[in-house]
Write a protein that binds this ligand. Structure first.
Ligand SMILES: [Zn+2]
Length: 169
């Protein structure tokens, strides 16, 4: 097995850790012995048997400083309170830089079209950590909207659509 393959297996194990050896073996298409070897190498041996919240320690240690508790909780399928409790127990804190600049936004809507709006560029995040986009309306006007408003069809024009409807009424 190459170093690259080992790294891939270990990254996958860390990311999906509370899974069983059998599930890992099927997902990674390797034997259970190979899974056991890497679990041991990562120091995760026995963590699952103990049950409770200990099995999340490593994941919280790795992700908590740069990820909000609610996002991490959703990822792991446990509550944000549990995440915060684990973080307190193992003595780690959010990175203060993270508080100022929220979690990285991977999605990019530039080039997408929502109603009459074509998304032109990312303008940065608002105080709630939502990405704000500059959009060009079909009428030629430039407008700003958050990703959420665009994706849930709350923003489908610069406002000209609404005005036209009112005129027609
Ligand atoms: Zn318009």
């Amino acid at each position: 097995m190459t170093k690259n393959e080992s790294q891939k297996i270990e990254a996958y194990i860390l990311q999906h850790f509370p899974m069983t050896n059998r599930q890992f073996s099927q997902a990674l298409e390797v034997t259970i012995d190979v899974v056991r070897y890497h679990i041991k190498k990562l120091g995760l041996e026995g963590q699952r048997k103990r049950g409770g919240i200990r099995r999340y320690d490593e994941l919280v240690r790795k992700n908590y400083p740069t990820c909000s508790a609610s996002i991490l909780a959703k990822k792991l399928g446990i509550t944000p309170n549990t995440i915060n409790r684990i973080a307190r127990q193992i003595g780690i804190k959010h990175n203060p830089d993270f508080i100022k600049a929220p979690y990285p936004i991977k999605e990019n809507l530039v080039g997408m079209k929502y109603g009459k709006l074509t998304v032109q560029k990312q303008l940065g995040t608002n105080k709630w950590g939502q990405m704000v986009y500059q959009c060009l309306c079909e009428c030629g006007k430039i407008t700003h909207s958050t990703a959420g408003n665009l994706k849930h069809n709350h923003a489908i024009s610069c406002g000209c659509q609404r005005k036209r409807k009112q005129k027609l009424n």
